[in-house]
Design a protein around this ligand. Structure first.
Ligand SMILES: [Zn+2]
Length: 309
């Protein structure tokens, strides 16, 4: 597995310290238990702390490498790039930053065009559609291109009769796109509704941290909602709730274990067991799914272009 990780693009130096690349001969200091993990062993353990089980973040491509059979991933919609419909600029006086500048810096940092990567691949030979977030791209906030890629992925899953797996870590809606980002909650959920009506499964994996409009929409509209151990999952964050309610929240509030106990999750799956668990689920849900006759995403796009011209 470590060899698989080596073939993927590395984390950039601009990423947070815990995201940073850990050379084999160096140590990773766990942010949770402060123990040192030897770099080589840490990578072999899929970036999980050997002392306390802390699951360090993965980039979208590292996640795909971890989950999919080698060489099976075909990426879709790589040319879709977000626009700046509001001409959004924010920040303290003298330090204003435009949305465009933020997008440029996110692109340089992650080598991605948007915060999600979508496509099709296989897990232990089970074909599926997969959509994975990259938290390093503007906190994987959901804007219009994010929503469009996800909706297209769900629609292609319907066209091809394939199950859908989404892996979400997100700060929520992308405020720089205003109402257009909020619309994505309804749009993605509607696309998943079609998937559900064709009896195809949506498997959702929530990884640390998953908040806001993502948790409140497509990520929890799933047949099975899973999480990695210790993942923080919620709508508003703990400190915001404490400030508003003026109450101290219980130990472990919003952690995956807390959410499992309170019925929001179906499963907590350690990183090392993810592939096996997904294989079992795909086998249970699998079999030949009906292929649905429908207007393809490409045909709809061509139609829209015709109308515009
Ligand atoms: Zn630790």
């Amino acid at each position: 597995m470590r060899e698989l990780f080596r073939r993927q693009p590395r984390f950039t130096p601009a990423a947070e310290a815990e995201n940073a690349e850990v050379p084999d001969n160096l140590f990773f200091k766990c942010p949770q238990c402060k123990e040192l993990n030897y770099g080589k062993e840490f990578q072999e353990a899929l970036r999980v702390c050997q002392s306390c089980g802390y699951h360090a973040p993965l980039s979208a491509h590292e996640r795909l490498t971890l989950l999919l059979d080698a060489g099976t991933f075909r990426e879709w919609d790589t040319g879709l790039r977000p626009e700046d419909p509001l001409g959004f600029v924010a920040g303290p006086p003298g330090k204003e930053e435009s949305y465009r500048a933020k997008l440029d810096s996110a692109r340089r940092k992650t080598n991605l065009q948007e915060a999600v990567v979508s496509g099709e691949g296989r897990i232990n030979d089970h074909p599926l559609v997969v959509v994975v977030c990259d938290f390093g791209f503007m906190g994987a906030s959901m804007g219009s291109v994010y929503g469009e890629k996800l909706a297209r992925a769900a629609e292609r899953a319907v066209e091809r009769g394939l199950p859908l797996l989404t892996v979400s870590a997100s700060g929520g809606a992308r405020m720089q796109e205003g109402i257009l980002s909020l619309m994505q909650m309804a749009k993605t959920t509607a696309a998943l509704g079609r998937l559900g009506r064709t009896r195809l499964p949506h498997l959702s994996l929530l990884v640390d941290p998953c908040y806001g409009g993502v948790t409140a929409s497509y990520a929890t509209v799933a047949d099975i909602v899973m999480a990695e151990p210790g993942a923080r999952i919620g709508f508003a964050g703990q400190s915001v709730i404490e400030q508003i309610t003026r109450q101290k929240l219980p130990e472990g509030f919003q952690r995956a274990e807390f959410q499992l106990e309170h019925g929001m999750l179906d499963l907590i799956v350690p990183r090392r067991e993810l592939r096996d668990t997904l294989t079992t689920l795909l086998r249970h849900y699998g079999g030949a799914s009906p292929k649905i006759t429908t207007v393809t995403v490409e045909a709809r796009e061509a139609q829209a272009l015709e109308v515009r011209s």
